[in-house]
Design a protein around this ligand. Sequence first.
Ligand SMILES: [Zn+2]
Length: 277
Amino acid sequence: MKGKAYFGPAGNPIGFNGPTVEVCDYIRSIGLDAYEYQATYGVRIKKQSALELKNNAQKNEVMISMHAPYYINLSSPKEDVLERSIERLVQSARAAKWMGAYRIVFHPGFYTSYSPEEALKRCKNTIEALLEKLDGLGVDKFTFAPETTGKRSQLGSLDEIIDICQSFEHFQPTVDFAHVHARNQGCLKDEDDYHRIFTKLEDGLGIKTLHSHFTKIEYTEAGERRHHVLMEEKYGPPLEPLLEAITECGWLVTVICETPFLEKDALIMKSMYDALI
Ligand SMILES: [Zn+2]
């Protein structure tokens, strides 16, 4: 089976100054086909705008995803933090439905004083409460996409993300390749390293569709430190072997560009990919 990749920016393109509801006109006009709406500091979009954004994305055949607020910690020791986290994900699920977002990306939480096993269990208990709440509110048709995280203090290794997605319906992974690379001290070096991730996802979840993030990343022993643009060659992970792995594995992969150059680097990614197929 032949794969396909979609590329687009995390948030509004640098070269775009218009209203967000028309952002997909711009994304299509420059030759990209994905967009991740950023609700990172709170879900503020109104229903009417979200519906307009959906129409604009459909008209332009742009894949829309949504990044939920950063202030989410589903494994917090504090009950009020858990409640607020659930509330933010409920708001995200509603807005995602209006805008037609196929994934709701979020960072699951922190280990704090818990062991990784305890934190994961706590996270899953909170997800159960979240799903009950959504069910009670009649919110359906959402896909939460917990993301592999970049700091070693954060819940979100690839294994933990797969475990969470195995445990619940409506959950699919987001693989941030730079985060995987940073939390494992530069583990992604060649195509085989990427193929191993695809194989693990396929074995664990039976999927052939993936939502992903990519940037060049600087890290310390604690993991992620800073995002860098594609041209900064001293930082990994390497892009070309990832694109090669995507062309060979036959998956549908959306690659959201999280470098500081957003759409400019997304276009470079796309042109490199197009040269391989
Ligand atoms: Zn990311």
